[in-house]
Design a protein around this ligand. Structure first.
Ligand code: NDP
Length: 248
């Protein structure tokens, strides 16, 4: 499929649903070879078939991104099959909302291990390849929650704040290697994200919050990502904050 990203290889984590799935489709539609990763193999295979049926190039790899060895295997397989990694979309994430006092700290570990460490492992693993190529683009999915903290969202806020800090430090470390770093900060997007909340009160509150405005669609975020990664090489789109019009 010809397009602005022909000959580019992109890894999208968390591609089995929501923003990651839409982003994989959007990148493939502009010519990128996409490597789609997540834990649910059935969903990845369905997406793989969808992309292939429209002439796109795709490889699905089952991986738990919170496990460093699985992230390394994901990048190694991509490198072995396609010989390069031009774009990394660090999208996999969970939002397990709840008050700090009385929280199930397993929720905290899941958020930090995936939203923060998983993103760091993938970045760490692709950097030597991107440096050797002399080009690369890392897109980190943060959130409005990476800029505005709220009661009931403390650890999710902390995880996304970490994404912002890490991304800015990373940008300063690698811009001289022609590696671009972009942070995407969505507001409310209609996905499965809030369905995984384990605290029943927080889950109900999230449902009401999402239900109170017309949400963004995953494609809206995918469009922003495609915009960032299709700019000329001298343009580094550092940050895109994108809310539903009706969100405060
Ligand atoms: P979804 O729940 O639809 O997607 C999350 C993705 O992450 C799924 O593909 C899931 O796949 C994957 N994932 C979860 N755990 C793991 C894991 N351990 N290893 C690998 N993949 C994993 O939600 P969204 O699309 O909304 O979320 C995508 C990103 O967008 C997240 O980082 C989220 O924080 C962020 N975001 C979302 C907003 C929203 O309102 N929806 C707003 C702001 C930011 P699987 O379960 O198959 O592993």
């Amino acid at each position: 499929m010809a397009g602005k990203l022909t000959d580019k290889v992109a890894i999208v984590t968390g591609a089995s649903s929501g923003i990651g799935e839409a982003t994989a489709l959007a990148l493939a539609s502009v010519g990128a070879t996409v490597v789609i990763a997540a834990r649910r193999s059935d969903r990845l295979l369905a997406l793989e078939a969808r992309i292939t049926s429209t002439g796109g190039k795709v490889l699905s790899i089952t991986a738990d991104v919170s496990d460093e060895a699985q992230v390394e295997a994901l990048v190694n397989k991509t490198q072995a099959k396609f010989g390069r990694v031009d774009i990394l979309i660090n999208n996999a994430g969970v939002m397990l909302l709840g008050l700090i006092d009385g929280a199930n700290t397993e929720d905290w570990r899941r958020m930090i291990n995936l939203n923060v460490l998983g993103l760091m492992y993938a970045t760490h693993k692709v950097l030597p390849l991107m440096k050797a190529q002399g080009t690369g683009h890392i897109v980190n999915i943060s959130s409005v929650a990476g800029r505005v903290a709220n009661a009931g969202s403390g650890v999710y806020n902390a995880s996304k704040w970490a994404v912002g800090a890490f991304s800015e430090a990373l940008r300063k470390e690698v811009y001289q290697n022609n590696i671009r770093v972009t942070i995407i900060e969505p507001g409310l997007v209609a996905t499965e994200l809030a369905q995984h909340i384990t605290d029943s009160t927080a889950k109900e509150q999230a449902k009401n919050f999402y239900g109170s405005v017309k949400n963004l669609e995953s494609e809206d975020i995918a469009n922003a990502i495609v915009y960032a990664v299709t700019q000329p090489e001298h343009v580094n789109v550092n940050e895109i904050l994108i809310r539903p019009t009706e969100q405060e």
